[in-house]
Design a protein around this ligand. Structure first.
Ligand code: ADP
Ligand code: GLC
Length: 482
């Protein structure tokens, strides 16, 4: 069988640069697809950390003027990933976060920075590299959204394109006046082109022109066709529903393996979770919680943003404290939420422990040491923390939205009777439903036999890339056959 050649265009990739789940997916998918005769290579901006990770980069192409200055394309392999790194210092040679400066504000030239990435993706699609001419380009989120538009307006032979939506909230909007700067033709500024409510939108462009659209769960694929979750794009998504599919994410089961994880206090396997007790104790110590093996620990690992619904957790704290539970949180993001959690820690010493920041090791310890992982998101395209929780024997308590709906089986009476529950779901997403779900969860926690069964069911759940990778491979073959 000949390999299908896929170019994945992404603004982040684990283990090189990550702000959220997109990086995990972009980093895991190429490895999972190799078994399916898919040669997936990745185009990524040459941020300083990415360039530093390349050991023997080879320059494979150069651009005399790419959005304002010369640039080149480097090829290198890191951690089994085949990478095309866009070395354009005028666009990417900036410290820290890929999207925002140290003031927390978006870089003003973000439209150009990611249009350049997309332009180069389109060029690779048209065959500028002798060594790799993709059959398909998979475009991740708005940062790659202009790829299908460039290919459309360029005309001529082109590969198939897939627009993959990880989060509809980020739409890559730019002022209409930038049309020329973004190398888009005047004719593209129409409702059937790149125009979006008087602006330009990179995500809309991708949704408009891609051959196929995917998102990261079947439920989110349905939700985004409705105004409530569609964020202004529901109309277009409804029109394109025949080419819209939802494929769940997996997690990298080698990175997330409690049997070999060096970042937790003691390894454990799905057969015996007794080792979790040591991680629970270590977590309590690390976060300044009162050491108490009996107190349920409710863990959170999250970006702190409106999407994640963690204001509802702040609201629920008095009730949680009254129930004798502890809260262990790792997160960063919006200042108001950061301050709120720091204040809660001061108010409830020994019962609420928070680390504001990004810390992969602590994320692992939280999964291994928490009894429950909370994900009360208002919307969640897929969500990865609940998948890791299942694998680590922490029971997920999740909102019934998006991928959370598709990956957790609620412990309702029938699921308990059938012995299939893996967690707790609640909806609609509001404070009182969340608190009811918390009470229900804590009640289950106090019934060890039932609790162990729920935990065991989670540990048995396949959260790997096995199924999703097969689904992507099938989709690629289907797209190419069209
Ligand atoms: P999103 O991409 O919307 O942030 P996901 O659940 O898909 O949500 O993915 C989040 C990923 O980022 C998970 O791998 C999670 O463990 C990780 N993560 C989130 N916040 C932190 C943090 N503060 N420290 C370490 N890892 C984090
Ligand atoms: C986004 C979503 C999250 C999803 C991740 C990876 O950041 O918010 O739900 O799991 O992308 O697809």
């Amino acid at each position: 069988m000949t390999d299908i050649k896929v170019l994945s265009v992404t603004s982040e990739i684990y283990p090189l640069i990550k702000t959220g789940g997109l990086a995990d997916v972009a980093g895991a998918l190429p490895l999972a697809l190799a078994k399916h005769h898919v040669d997936m290579r990745t185009l990524i901006p040459g941020y300083p950390v990415v360039k530093a990770a390349l050991t023997n980069p080879v320059a494979v192409h150069s651009f005399k003027n790419l959005f304002g200055a010369k640039a080149s394309l480097l090829y290198g392999e890191v951690a089994g990933l085949k990478l095309y790194v866009l070395d354009a210092p005028h666009l990417y040679d900036r410290p820290g976060n890929p999207y925002v400066g140290s003031d927390g504000k978006d870089w003003p030239d973000n439209p150009q920075r990611f249009a350049a990435l997309s332009r180069v993706g389109a060029d690779i699609g048209k065959g500028v590299l002798k060594s790799f001419r993709p059959n398909i380009i998979q475009c991740h989120d708005w940062q790659a959204g202009f790829v299908p538009a460039y290919l459309h307006y360029d005309g001529g032979p082109r590969p198939k394109t897939i627009m993959t939506v990880h989060n509809l909230a980020f739409q890559g909007r730019a002022a209409a006046a930038l049309l020329h700067d973004l190398a888009l033709p005047p004719s593209s500024f129409t409702v059937n082109g790149v125009e979006y409510f008087g602006d330009i939108s990179a995500l809309k462009s991708g949704l408009q022109f891609a051959d196929v659209i995917t998102t990261v769960s079947p439920t989110y694929a349905k939700e985004i066709r409705e105004p409530e979750a569609g964020m202004g794009l529901d109309g277009l998504l409804e029109v394109r529903k025949d080419v819209l599919a939802g494929i769940l994410n997996g997690v990298d089961t080698q990175v997330w393996d409690p049997a070999t994880d060096g970042r937790i206090a003691a390894p454990f396997s799905s057969g015996s979770v007794s080792g979790r007790a040591k991680s629970k104790a270590a977590l309590q110590t690390r976060l300044g919680l009162t050491p108490n093996a009996k107190a349920p620990v409710l863990g959170v690992i999250s970006r702190l943003s409106w999407q994640k619904g963690l204001d509802l957790l702040l609201e629920a704290l008095p009730m949680i404290m009254a129930e004798g539970a502890q809260v262990a949180l790792l997160g960063s993001g919006e200042k108001e939420l950061e301050t709120g959690f720091m204040a809660a820690m001061a108010r409830y010493p020994g019962q609420v422990g928070c680390v504001i920041g990004y810390d992969e090791s602590l994320a692992h310890l939280l999964q291994a040491g928490s009894d429950v992982i909370l994900v009360p998101s208002r919307f969640e395209p897929c969500g990865l923390t609940q998948l890791c929780a299942l694998r680590y024997g922490a029971v997920p308590l999740v909102a019934r939205v998006g991928g959370l709906n598709d990956t957790v089986i609620d412990a309702n009476d029938m699921a308990l009777a059938a012995g299939v529950a893996t967690g707790v779901q609640f909806g609609p997403v509001n404070g009182s439903q969340f608190q009811d779900a918390l009470r229900r969860t804590l009640k289950l926690f106090r019934q060890p036999k039932i609790w162990k069964k729920i935990q065991a069911n989670g540990l048995k759940t396949d959260v790997s890339w096995l199924r999703p990778a097969a689904q992507y491979a099938e989709l690629y073959r289907h797209v190419l056959a069209k």
